[in-house]
Structure formats: C-alpha cells, structure tokens
Design a binder for this molecule. Structure first.
Ligand code: AMP
Length: 282
C-alpha cells in the first residue's frame, strides 16, 4: 500500500539498520511525533540530501509530557502520516509502541542541566530531560549518521546538539529552517487546536517578532523594543507572553546587546495553545 517499509518494533528496526549498514548506506534520521505537515517533510528532504536512506520515527513520547499536558489528546494520524510519507523519499518509518521504548520497570533518566531549565524548561519542567531520553534511545536504535531537527523548536535543537557533544554520539546534527504558512504562522502539529478566531490572530506572533528584529537591527534599545513587542502581542489577542527576548544562539543565555548570532525566541499563548516561534538576527 505504501512506498516505505513500516517497522513496528525494535527487532524489525535493528535488522533493517544492520542490513543497510552492511550495504554501506549512510542513514539519515528524522524523529517526529507524527501529525505530519510540510515542516516535517522539509526535514525529510534535508536528510535525503545528506544520506542514502532516510528513516522517520513517529512516536508520541510520554516522557516529555507532564501531568495535565496534552499527551492523551495529542493528534495521532497514523494512516495519513504513512500516506504522506509514501510520496516522499522515505525508506523506512519506525513506529514503536510506548512499551517498546519504555518497557515495564524502565527507570533511567537523563538530565541535560541548566540549558533545559530556562525558557521552555521554566514552563515545562522536565520537558527537555524527556526529549533527551527518547532521542538518545532512538539514536541508539536507529544508529544514524545524520539526524535532522527543526529550528522551530530552537531550544530543543540546542539541547540535542549539547547531548550529542557531551555523550559522544557519532551523529551529525543538521538544523532545518522553520517552515511557515503563507501568513507567517510557523507550522506545528498543535495548530489544529486553534479555533477560527485564534487562527486568524496567530500570525501576529511572527509579524511582531519580525518587527522586533527590524527594531533591534536598526539600533533601537533592546529592552524597550521587547517590552513594546510584548504589549503588541497582548493587544493582538494573545492571552499571555510566556517569554520573548534576545538570547545567545547556542547556550540561550539572555543577550542585551546587538549581535548577529543572537536569536529572538518567544512563546505566547492564544486560547489554550502555546505558540512557539523564533527568528535569527542575521
Ligand atoms: P514534532 O513532531 O513536533 O516533535 O517535530 C518533529 C521535528 O520537526 C522537530 O525537529 C521539529 O523542530 C520539526 N518541526 C516541526 N515543525 C516545524 C516547522 N514548522 N519547520 C521546521 N521544522 C519543524
């Protein structure tokens, strides 16, 4: 039915990986939680440019959801995901069950340290430890040469780079630019939670971040520009601004002077949905 091999457990995956390596093929890996959109597909395309074969994983990782978050209702669209991927150069899709990744009695933890405690980490304690745990496990199972992560989740990308560096994973991490809707809204599986009115307001986030960027580049006071941007977001219908600021693009410490390599990161809530976005100053 579909153009790619579907691997549902670790044994099937490991046989596939072993065969591919025996044939001298370089493996590109794109981890996802499914509910695929054009952002995910751009990662696949980039993986294919580097590797001979591309493995996509679809796994909604319970370790990165806190109690009361949307683990249960996170969109799961397995059939349409497989159909979408069959039109792309994806060689295998790994869709393990939760018990495959976290068998009964599983207790190992990873703590990524302070980079996981700021920004998103402040609002979602333990989130990046859960991300790092599943990514480390998937890396050990898929044994990729390359893995592609989106800049959409910019802090996550930096956490993964640090994880790979500090635990000596022999894997090249490739960053993929943010894919946006025509009106500027960064694509996300959670955008389907937005109702019509919220959806119409959501692109303001990107517009306002672009405005702050131009202010900072043209020499405006950074603190003043950021405060004004927060006010604009609230005026545009956002309920809260969890954070909005200028940060070092690798360690994510706050930056208060113009630097080309700094990054504007923001999360603002509209209805019940937290929208993440970021922009490079360069
Ligand atoms: P998710 O399924 O949301 O966990 O995302 C899987 C991967 O796709 C992560 O590396 C994300 O950063 C990336 N991704 C999600 N949305 C986008 C987007 N709009 N543009 C680029 N990459 C994205």
């Amino acid at each position: 039915m579909f153009g790619q091999i579907v691997l549902r457990n670790k044994q099937q995956l490991q046989t596939y990986v072993k065969d591919s390596k025996r044939q001298g093929k370089k493996i590109g890996f794109v981890p996802t939680m499914g509910a695929l959109h054009a952002g995910h597909l751009s990662l696949v395309k980039i993986a294919k440019q580097h590797a001979d074969i591309v493995v996509v994983s679809i796994f909604v990782n319970p370790a990165q959801f806190a109690a009361g978050e949307d683990f249960e209702k996170y969109p799961r669209t397995e059939n349409s995901d497989l159909e979408i991927l069959s039109n792309y150069a994806v060689d295998a899709v790994y869709m393990p069950r939760v018990a495959e990744i976290y068998p009964e009695g599983f207790s190992t933890k990873i703590n990524v340290g302070s980079i996981g405690e700021v920004l998103e980490g402040e609002f979602r304690p333990g989130f990046f430890d859960g991300v790092a745990l599943v990514v480390a496990k998937l890396f050990m199972q898929v044994l990729p040469d390359y893995a592609v992560f989106g800049e959409k989740d910019y802090q996550q990308l930096q956490v993964i780079k640090k994880l790979v560096r500090e635990l000596d994973f022999p894997i090249a991490i490739i960053a993929a630019p943010i894919v946006r809707e025509e009106d500027g809204l960064a694509m996300s599986s959670r955008n389907i939670y937005l109702n019509q009115i919220e959806r119409s307001k959501a692109p303001s986030l990107y517009k306002i971040l672009s405005w702050v960027k131009s202010e900072i580049i043209s020499g405006a006071n950074i603190g003043v520009a950021i405060l004004a941007a927060k006010a604009k977001l609230l005026e545009s219908g956002f309920l809260t601004v969890d954070y909005l600021g200028l940060y070092d693009s690798a360690c994510l410490e706050s930056v208060n002077q113009y630097r080309e390599d700094a990054r504007i990161l923001a999360v603002a809530r509209i209805g019940t949905v937290r929208l993440l976005d970021n922009l490079s100053l360069s």
